[in-house]
Design a protein around this ligand. Sequence first.
Ligand SMILES: [Zn+2]
Length: 335
Amino acid sequence: MKRTSVVICSFLVVLLGAAALAQAPSSQIDAHLLTAKTAAGQDYRATFVNLCLPSAPRGGGAGRGAGGRGGGAPQTPDRANWYAPPFKVFDNLYWLGTRQHSSWALQTSAGIIIIDTNFAWATRPEIIEGLTKLGLNPADIKYVIISHAHGDHDQGAAELQERYSAQVVMGAPDWEATLKRPATAAGGVPTRDIAVGPEGRKLTLGDTTVEIVATPGHTPGTLSYVFPVKDQGRAVMVAYSGGTLTGAFGTDGARWDEYIASQRRIAKVAADAGATVMLSNHSEYDGAYTKARLLSAPRQPGENHPFIVGTDGVQRYFTVMAECAMASKLRVGAK
Ligand SMILES: [Zn+2]
């Protein structure tokens, strides 16, 4: 009996030890989830939910093969489900998005920089006609910067390049993927212009410089930005997050680590620049459509601009991204 008890006790110790080991990752996951949820607060709930609490695979495209989605969604969906009018958001920054995806026009003293396009079917109604409605001239577009080569952000690039001789800027690996698309891809295939490597670069047009930061992860060539705009004459810095979802990373530990490092890199550049405005390319994540509409309501003297979330608000966004990635990496058992 004694010997049996010892065996049972030893067995229990082994079992408890195994349970403790199995629980260690889950408590670590919970710690990352709590940090992310606290950082998200009320401002970034959808970003937290989509990144930290994955459900069914989404159509948003976190696939490694940037550019592969360029051929998708050629038909125009029902306009009633996506059309949004353009809005002037800052003195020199204009929102040209659909209700789901954002495209921006940054006006400088020497022309316009378009930041992200959209699906091909949105190029004319949202970007070209949007600029015209706002009193701007699409022929002034000098650069089109693409955050990453997925169809919901880049299908308009080729048309803007052809019509206005705009130069297209993209991460070098995303150019490689884009140039492999068939000529029949929705929106066509842009000609290679400016490729940004892992070191990033500054892009200056007239009086405005956009700092382009390589933030690989969502795609190998994802780019994020920091740039200045003016709010009623006052300079404010914008941080722009170029790629979000991690749903297709699987157990590729290096890819998770690359994404996490990218969030830290852009968070530091944003902090060093004193960025107080946080933009993404999906309204779901930064509330762009709702915030843009808010601007048409009267603003009290001294009332903050709806897009200004403060330096803490910008940092919290990148904390959500990094912490959710750390939780998800543990959850899928990536090494
Ligand atoms: Zn994407």
